[in-house]
Design a protein around this ligand. Sequence first.
Ligand code: ATP
Ligand code: MG
Length: 159
Amino acid sequence: MFCARIVRSIRLFLPRFFNNLMMNRTFTMIKPEAVAAGNAGKIIDMITSNGFKIIALKYTRLSSEEAGIFYEVHKERPFYGELVDYMASGPIFAAILEKDNAVEDFRKLIGATDPAQAEEGTLRKRFAESKAKNAVHGSDSDDNAAIEGNFFFSGRERY
Ligand code: ATP
Ligand code: MG
């Protein structure tokens, strides 16, 4: 009787344990022009339909200073000023997403930076206006996903 309860507990616990080990997180923003065009709901629907669980979600707006800090890695690129102005031009949705292989799978779902190069069925193919105004951001590594998530969310805003 006691043994059966232990075996049942192990059988219930083990899959969850391995599932949690495999899960990881990425960070996304629905960018200003996609929000202004009324596409945020459709984009969130596509994200969750593709197996990403929302851990945190916020409707907010970056100041120019914050956008500059967020995209600081691109500081030396010629489009940096344009990128900062654009990202501060209107409200965005920011979110932390969870899925196994989250960073890579989400980059696949958003598609290439330039929508002209993005594959059919990707978010940028469907919603991006141009290479600059490309609708959705996705982290490019696990480390950056953590840094970017921490930029927007405190511990008590994640569920
Ligand atoms: P993101 O980091 O937003 O997910 P990405 O990783 O596909 O996009 P990056 O090279 O990191 O592309 O560029 C960051 C953002 O800068 C792009 O999403 C786009 O908005 C803008 N950007 C990139 N290249 C150009 C360009 N040549 N001209 C104008 N804007 C650009
Ligand atoms: Mg990038």
